[in-house]
Structure formats: C-alpha cells, structure tokens
Ligand binder design. Structure first.
Ligand code: GTP
Ligand code: MG
Length: 316
C-alpha cells in the first residue's frame, strides 16, 4: 500500500496546488483546521474546484488536524509556573492572587484621574524586575493612544525602586498611535519586537479611545466591534504564545439601565468584557487615595483595596 503523504500545509491537500492554496488563504481559509470544518460546496464556489474535489480536500484536512488533550493536573502544574508582575502593593497583589498575571489580559477601567495610567507606569517598571523580585525580567511594549506616556514619571518610579532609570527607559518601546489602524498594526507586527527584546508586558492605554472616536454612533458599531474583537484576540494570542502579560486601560460611561447603585460601566461591551481575564474598577477617593475593586477574575473572589498614588509610584 502506498504510504500516505503527511499533510502539514494547505498545499499538501489532495487537488490543492499553489494557486488554489492562495485563493483559500485569501478567503480566510488559512489553516487546516478551518478547511477541516468548511462546507465543500462553499469551498468549491470560492476557489473554483469541483464539489467532489473539495470534499476530498476537506476530508483530508479533517484527518490531518490533531486535537491535543491536557489533564487537569498538568494544567494545574502549568498554571503554577505562570509569571506575575508585582504592583508594589501587598494588598493589591493579594487581591490579584500574586500580581498581574502573564498569559492573560488585565483590564483597569475607571473615570479620568482614577489612576489607570499610573498603574500602567508602575507595571511598566516592575515588569523589568527579575523574576525573583516580582517581575518578568523583560521589556515592555507600550501603546499610547492618548498621548499620556510620560518618561519623567517612569524615571521617578524607577528611581524610587532603586532601578537605573536610563536602563528602564531603554527597555520600553512606545508606539504613539493616533488611528485605530496604527493601534491594530502595532500589535499585528509585534512578534519580531517581542522576540528581539524579550517583551514581557504589553500596555494598551487606552484600548477604546480611538475606536470610540473613529466609529461614533450606532451605525458603525458592528464594524467597530468586529475590528476590536480581532485586535483583542490577537493580544490574547501574543500573551499565550510569548508568556507575557497584557495590561489594558478602559474608559467608562454611565449605564442608564442601572437605576440603583453605581452606574459606571466600562465601554467596549461584551467583547471587552469576555476578553479581559481580570477586570479592575478604579475609583478616586480622598486626595492621593484610590479604591481598586476586583470585579471579574476566573479564580479570585471579588474584593476591594485602597492604594495611594505617590511621586514614586503606587503604594499601599
Ligand atoms: P484618564 O487617562 O484621564 O482616564 O485617567 P487615568 O485613570 O489614566 O489617570 P492617571 O493614572 O493619569 O492618574 C492621574 C492622577 O495621578 C492624578 O490625580 C495625579 O494627581 C496623579 N499623579 C500623577 N503624577 C503624579 C505624581 O508625580 N505624584 C503624585 N503624588 N500623584 C501623581
Ligand atoms: Mg490615562
């Protein structure tokens, strides 16, 4: 019996040459998994092969895809090795189960001056600490969509932690994005930078401001959410593939549907709500005090802590 050719690429599928492979890719069928669950009729129409041939290609793709299973105990061991970035505050670290987690998206939402950016600066410095000291020992990609990145603050925060401000600043790669395209591209093209500079934290400050101003009104909502969805999906992918942490800040609005209690709601709807592994709600309190509430976490109970914004960064 002839040995079956192992199928690794789309081109390895029966009846699929370079031209058809290209057509498949440009129609969104860019992995064997996707082709394996496609309808032969649809494929046939898309790339102009017979339904019969398309069926053979789909069957072969289905055969070639492998699903991997992990046991709960293996996942538990793996979770114990996930790195965390200290926030500098003992209580906030505890609220977060040890700090801001790698391989996940941590979102901070709240009104202006609630401290979202300041917490981002603190994490930007702390991510560079060695693992033993509560960091991830790597560089930072900082996407600034509001023009509020301040090297002076980084300098002050680093100095307060006895780190060399020059070194810390040299390890931060800032993109000042002024359009959603720039914001999206800076993440799409991040792979190379992440590898070359051992990026361990991506900050997006803020996630929604450009999306909100570029897609105003109900009519544009569908398109906005679609773009946003793939942007966030990509952030999660980078977090998983490179074992890095993602910190995003988010704006709020008053939800008129909430009649009792605090109507403050993060913007971005379900897409952001589902994508954020951990959500923090930040509120201004007296003077330099801020209240941080953990509102959503897969494994930690809800709770609230008070922190202070000081010249040297975030403190208990
Ligand atoms: P928006 O981006 O406007 O939505 O707000 P934000 O939540 O990002 O606020 P941000 O993190 O920028 O916090 C601003 C607060 O930090 C202000 O109340 C400032 O007083 C405080 N702050 C900024 N720099 C310093 C500083 O050097 N020392 C102290 N003590 N506080 C500072
Ligand atoms: Mg801010």
């Amino acid at each position: 019996m002839a040995k079956e050719k192992s199928i690794k690429e789309i081109e390895d599928l029966p009846g699929v040459g370079p031209t058809i492979a290209e057509k498949l890719r440009s129609s969104g069928y860019d992995t064997l998994d996707k082709i394996g669950v496609a309808s032969p009729h649809e494929l046939s129409e898309l790339v102009g092969m017979s339904v019969e041939a398309a069926k053979k290609a789909v069957d072969a793709a289905k055969q070639a895809t492998t699903l991997e299973f992990s046991t709960g105990s293996a996942l538990y061991d793996e979770r114990k090795t996930i790195g965390r970035i200290t926030t500098n505050c003992k209580e906030l670290n505890e609220l977060l189960g040890g700090g801001v987690e790698a391989k996940g998206i941590t979102e901070a939402y709240g009104k202006f001056a609630s401290g979202k950016t300041q917490l981002g600066f603190q994490l930007t410095v702390n991510a560079q600490l060695p693992v033993e000291s509560g960091g991830l020992g790597g560089g930072v990609l900082f996407i600034d969509t509001e023009g509020t990145f301040r090297p002076e603050r980084i300098e002050a925060i680093a100095s307060a932690s006895s780190m060399d401000p020059k070194e810390v600043l040299a390890n931060i790669f800032v993109v000042r994005a002024t359009t959603t395209e720039q914001q999206i591209l800076s993440i799409e093209k991040a792979d190379k930078l992440i590898k070359e500079h051992n990026i361990k934290l991506i900050v997006v400050d803020s996630l929604m401001s450009l999306f909100r101003s570029e897609y105003p009104g109900r009519g544009a909502l569908g398109e906005r959410q679609q773009k946003l969805n793939s942007h966030i999906h990509r952030l999660q992918q980078l977090a998983d593939n490179h074992n890095l942490a993602v910190y995003i800040t988010n704006q709020v609005m008053d939800n008129p549907g909430i009649l009792f209690g605090d109507p403050t709601t993060p913007v971005g709807g379900n897409i952001v709500a589902h994508a954020a592994t951990t959500r923090l709600y930040m509120r201004k309190s007296k003077e330099d005090k801020r209240i941080i509430r953990l509102v959503d976490s897969p494994n930690m109970p809800e709770g609230e802590v008070v922190i202070k914004i000081t010249a040297g960064g975030i403190r208990d």
